[in-house]
Design a protein around this ligand. Structure first.
Ligand SMILES: *Cc1c(COP(=O)(O)O)cnc(C)c1O
Length: 415
């Protein structure tokens, strides 16, 4: 028999989640998670909560798409649902400029590959109908790149990350949507790191027919809840015509539990799979917080505080190569080049949760998800400065303090 004493109760510390995600879950979300009663997934209040989540999500995403709902799990769960409409043999153009769009590319190659192509290299299939356009790490996908590729290949689908979290780059969603419209291509977008952080309405991009996000970045709802997705009527018609080989992540079937049946809102959902009352309750509160704060205000706050962090690390001699408002991706000062992993591990050992890049080149990533105040930014900056010093760099604290003070004083003066 196993000795249970060999497995004491699991304690997990609270860290400063200063990475690309997960972000800091709001206390109100955790309170709703722990406060919900145990009720099954067909209980009236759970079903009502899901219908309300669906309605709030349409507002958060800025859409009239009927097929807007949450997929249980993480970002990849939503993305798998979105890419489920891609069938073997479909022609797809993928724009890849970092780790996550790279994995989106792998997902699409797995779905679009023929049976022979999949069997030939099942974990990394090369599908001849999938054209991967590689954009170097640290650069954005531009409208011009998309336009050129779609004009040449005229695929059925095109896909891109809205914001590539691996390299911290914002891609040109307007250019992507315009080119998709122009060439009659259905655009699919990985909006995992932009939803709830950037100020955009998905209905402003009619070339994009599928969107997928995640719970734990801009929506600040880590306790494993829902990955938001939204699909145009054209996407749903295309999917209905081709079918797809999944029950669990089938966009039409999954929508039923959220009260979306035959393309229409109904009062109450019908069974698709078990949902957690805790998760529904937490997700509901996270969406209420988004709408109370407003997407526009959150976006303005991210831009403002990211600028403070960026200026402070630049004063320390770091070179910032990102342009994402929730994340700074940087090269260390010359003297510390090559010691990125050591620095990140040193910070993480103190529960200061910054990250390296997950694919080459090795850089450092510092994020500010739900850390939108002067005290939190100052704490991140000071911890990072002292970690640099621990590794032997010279950091002039007075200059760092002056930059932060200048940034925040200017904001007070402007009010
Ligand atoms: C974080 C992220 C993902 C993966 O999300 P998980 O929640 O880890 O499944 C995918 N795409 C992008 C752009 C991301 O930032």
């Amino acid at each position: 028999m196993t000795d249970v004493l060999a497995f004491p109760q699991l304690e997990i510390p609270n860290t400063i989640a200063a990475g690309p995600g997960p972000g800091n879950t709001d206390e109100r979300v955790l309170a709703r998670y722990a406060g919900a009663g145990l009720a099954d997934h067909m209980h009236g209040d759970v079903l009502r909560g899901m219908v309300e989540c669906k309605q709030m999500l349409r507002e958060v995403m800025g859409t009239n798409n009927v097929h807007t709902f949450g997929v249980a799990g993480t970002g990849w769960s939503g993305l798998d649902t979105m890419f489920s409409a891609v069938m073997p043999g479909d022609k797809v153009v993928m724009f890849v400029n970092g780790t996550f769009s790279g994995i989106d590319g792998l997902t699409v190659r797995m779905k679009a590959a023929s049976a022979e192509e999949l069997a030939a290299n099942s974990l990394d299939p090369q599908a001849k109908n999938v054209i991967i356009i590689d954009v170097p790490h640290g650069q954005s996908v531009t409208g011009e790149i998309v336009e050129t590729a779609l004009a040449q290949h005229k695929p059925k689908w095109a896909a891109m990350a809205h914001w590539e979290t691996g390299s911290g780059r914002v891609n040109d969603i307007q250019g992507f949507s315009d080119a998709c419209e122009k060439y009659g291509v259905m655009g699919l977008v990985d909006a995992v790191s932009s939803l709830g952080v950037g100020d955009f309405r998905i209905d402003d991009y009619p070339g994009v027919h599928g969107w997928a996000s995640c719970p734990q970045k801009g929506i600040c709802c880590l306790p494993l809840t829902y990955a938001p997705v939204s699909f145009s009527d054209q996407y749903i018609e295309t999917l209905r015509a081709s079918g797809t080989r999944t029950f669990c992540h089938h966009p039409i079937l999954e929508a039923r539990h959220w009260g979306i049946i035959d393309g229409k809102d109904v009062e109450k959902g019908t069974y698709h799979r078990t949902h957690s009352a805790y998760a529904v309750s937490a997700f509901h509160e996270a969406l209420r917080i988004c709408l109370q704060q407003t997407i526009a205000q959150r976006a303005a706050d991210y831009t403002f505080h990211e600028a403070a962090l960026k200026r402070a690390v630049e004063v320390m001699g770091c070179d910032v190569t990102s342009n994402m408002p929730s994340l700074v991706v940087l090269n260390l000062p010359e003297a510390l080049a090559g010691r990125e992993m050591e620095l990140v591990q040193h910070c993480r050992a103190q529960n200061f949760g910054i990250w390296p890049t997950l694919s080459e080149p090795v850089q450092v990533r510092i994020g500010i998800l739900n850390l939108l105040n002067e005290a939190a930014i100052t704490d991140i900056v000071n911890r990072f400065a002292s970690a640099l010093r621990d590794l032997g760099a010279e950091v002039d604290q007075d200059s760092v303090d002056a930059v932060l003070k200048g940034h925040y004083d200017a904001a007070i003066a402007a009010e």
